[in-house]
Ligand binder design. Structure first.
Ligand code: HEC
Ligand code: HEC
Length: 663
């Protein structure tokens, strides 16, 4: 007893501060997953948009920090001292938030809010509860390019015209900002990786650096984009993520799922105009039916996962940049979509009328058949499903629908620059940081036969793209109104870029396996067989080696972030993980490749260690080693390099951030 009292005495100051608060959650809090839906469903009604009860608004991180009329509501890092927690944990229903009639938050929910505050009040860049129900203009918009003396490139004019830095003094100063260029070697490495996913060959790098023609950047971009094989191979990764195209896994064996590899490769290889590309996918024509077909899950699944719902969700997300997922079991908490709109859109893809289900329960209502944006066109409910999909494709790709081109140019911009003009990429209703830039790029694409390579050329030939990379992390930066363009952000290589870069470095490339080349009548078969079937030039001249995109998933690729492709992925996670670290240090895939590579280096070099070191650096990092680096590497290799010592050196180089980043 006495002991207990003693402890209570000792602890009481702490207890006083902490009250009887439920403990903070121990997990790492994810704003999108844990906090955003909670605030949206329980607080937004009275504290967001125009509403600021008690003078407190949760619209943005800043308004949360600003607090209420009279008080600080959140003390970052100290949830126990935060009024917000005090009010949600309050036992007096007159004081508790949400108030009175509404049910109190659970201990778990309060714990999450506490952890959120304790862990620094993380927010999603650009996200505002105030704009949750904002609906962006769908129609295309004509933008007149501003006149900037001495600057001709449209992107640069748009950036300069709207003031790259709001507080920049004069025009010359602004121009200076777009002149802080990366070196030739850095630029070449960047554009090679961005466009083709490969490290630049040393010889070509030297030629580029030695070239004195003023248009050499544009020439390089054009030449890379003309390499149809390398281009198609590289962009397969990007599109397979978005279109959930995988080669094997759930559903492939029993026909519950179909790959679109052959169609996709051919479309990229031939640079199919984007409107035709989308038409194929929406109608399921020419070998693209796997996309709409979706995944037939085994066993019973929730109604929100039926194929028609998948089709609706994926078309909406990939082509129109809007999220229907959260509206497929109940009205959405993250945007304006309602359950009935989800079902109406899904019905476009259905063979028979769909009954609305709220979560798991049928609610006795039959869905209508309607497109998400009726102002763009209607779909004939009586037409056959195939005919309805044709109508849908026509509406989505019509010139009136500026959303289609805005969504894709924004995704491309994000790929090259690391951050979209609109963020998140799948929420095109959010405000862009440069409306003119977005609208101009979109209209330009539509006006030029939806030629995606044209947009890529525009981007890669701008001064903006040539700038030194910005090492900042935009996720930590503020919303669109505060975003400052300072050049392309430093990006992490994708799993495929990394794997191919290691192959370039070691000279050891994977070989096609039998299962990749296996054919079968139903257009499934192996991934390489599917491509050979669709592209005559590949059939005649198959490649003897394979790039990572065509490999079946392996532990290294998975650890480095290749998704399993059961969900649409429009951006890879750029955060390094523990799994990655383990795989990079102890994984068999990398280890055996480096070992084989070391043998090759030894056989081929035959020259001095210095020569080996110099070549290795040039291949891996597109530059010469510094004197210091030579010294250290030589220390490793000794007078007579061995397989082990060369392998160590290869590993060290492959682990350098400089190797793994696109700068
Ligand atoms: C039904 C409307 C409603 C909902 C829902 C609601 N609030 Fe409130 N909130 C109010 C009103 C009204 C006040 C002002 C009166 C008061 O302080 O009790 C207020 C005041 C507050 C204050 C205090 C401001 C101050 O300085 O006194 C905080 C903090 C707060 N709310 C947080 C929240 C949080 C967090 C949620 C969600 C978990 C939430 N509220 C949900 C209506 C609401
Ligand atoms: C597979 C069906 C399903 C999907 C998809 C789904 N939810 Fe839910 N959600 C539920 C169920 C079931 C509940 C329980 C409460 C109810 O019946 O409304 C719920 C409740 C919620 C609540 C709490 C509502 C409240 O008033 O307390 C939030 C917030 C929420 N969901 C957010 C989301 C978000 C955000 C998404 C999209 C990422 C999403 N949900 C997608 C099934 C789903």
């Amino acid at each position: 007893m006495r002991f207990a009292c003693f402890v209570a005495l000792l602890c009481s100051p702490v207890l006083a501060a902490d009250g009887n608060l439920p403990p903070a959650a121990k997990t790492r809090v994810d704003f999108d997953k844990h906090i955003r839906p909670l605030l949206k469903s329980r607080c937004a009604k009275c504290h967001s948009g125009e509403k600021r009860k008690g003078g407190f608004s949760i619209n943005t991180r800043k308004t949360v920090l600003d607090g209420s009329e009279s008080e600080t509501v959140v003390v970052v890092g100290n949830s126990a001292k935060s009024l917000l927690i005090g009010r949600v944990a309050e036992t007096d229903p007159d004081l508790r938030m949400p108030p009175k009639a509404q049910k109190a938050l659970t201990k778990t929910e309060i714990g999450l809010l506490r952890a959120w505050i304790d862990q620094g009040l993380k927010w999603k860049d650009g996200f505002s509860f105030g704009t949750l129900h904002r609906q962006a203009e769908l129609a295309p918009r004509k933008v007149t390019l501003p006149k900037i003396p001495g600057v001709t490139h449209p992107i640069d004019r748009l950036l300069l015209g709207s003031g790259i830095r709001k507080n920049s003094a004069g025009r010359s100063n602004r121009l200076g900002i777009l002149a802080n260029f990366a070196t030739d070697h850095v630029f070449a490495r960047r554009v090679w990786l961005d466009l083709l996913g490969l490290l630049p060959p040393v010889k070509e790098l030297d030629e580029f650096a030695a070239d004195n023609r003023p248009d050499k950047h544009a020439r390089l971009v054009a030449r890379l984009l003309a390499d149809r094989r390398a281009y198609a191979t590289h962009w397969m990764t990007w599109w397979s993520d978005a279109l959930r195209n995988s080669y094997r896994g759930t559903g492939y064996i029993d026909g519950g799922r179909r790959q679109i590899t052959g169609w996709l490769y051919q479309s990229l290889h031939d640079n199919k105009p984007y409107d035709a590309f989308v038409r194929d996918l929406v109608t399921g024509a020419n070998g693209a039916e796997g996309f709409i077909h979706g995944i037939k899950w085994r066993g019973t699944v929730n109604d929100s996962q039926r194929r028609e719902m998948q089709a609706a969700q994926n078309v909406a997300q990939v082509f129109l940049g809007t999220n229907m997922k959260c509206a497929s079991c109940h009205d959405s908490f993250v945007n304006h979509w309602k359950l009935k709109q989800s079902y109406a859109f899904a019905s476009v893809f259905a063979d028979k009328p769909l009954e609305l289900h709220r979560c798991d329960k049928p609610i006795g209502k039959i869905a209508q058949v309607a497109f998400l944006y009726p102002q763009l066109g209607t779909i004939d409910a009586k037409a056959s499903p195939a005919e309805r999909r044709k109508q849908l494709a026509a509406i989505i790709t019509s010139k009136k629908n500026g959303r289609l081109s805005r969504t894709i140019v924004n995704r491309l911009w994000a790929w090259f620059f690391g951050r979209g003009i609109v963020e998140p990429l799948d929420d095109m209703d959010q405000p862009p940081w440069n409306q003119d830039l977005l609208d101009w790029l979109a209209s330009d694409l539509a006006a030029h036969k939806y030629d995606l390579k044209r947009t890529m050329t525009l981007i890669c030939t701008s001064r903006a793209y040539r700038m030194k990379a910005d090492p900042g992390d935009f996720r930590k930066s503020l919303g669109p109104e505060r975003f400052t363009f300072r050049g392309p952000l430093v990006k992490r290589m994708t799993a495929e870029q990394f794997g191919d870069a290691v192959s370039t470095l070691t000279g050891v490339w994977p070989k096609p396996t039998r299962s990749m080349q296996r054919r079968d009548g139903r257009g499934q078969g192996g991934q390489l067989a599917a491509i050979a079937k669709s592209v005559p030039s590949i059939r005649k001249q198959p490649s003897k080696t394979v790039r990572c995109v065509f490999l079946d998933a392996n532990p290294l690729l998975t650890a480095m972030g290749r998704p399993i492709r059961e969900q649409v992925v429009t951006r890879r996670d750029s955060q390094a993980t523990t799994l990655q670290l383990l795989e990079l240090t102890n994984g068999k895939t990398l280890d055996s490749q480096l070992k084989a590579g070391a043998k090759r280096w030894l056989e081929q070099s035959g020259k001095s260690p210095d020569d080996l070191i110099a070549r290795l650096y040039r291949i891996a990092l597109s530059r010469k080693p510094t004197a210091e680096e030579v010294k250290v590497a030589r220390g490793f290799l000794g007078e007579k390099p061995t397989v082990e010592s060369v392998q160590d050196l290869l590993w060290i180089v492959a682990m350098l951030p400089e190797f793994q980043l696109v700068r």
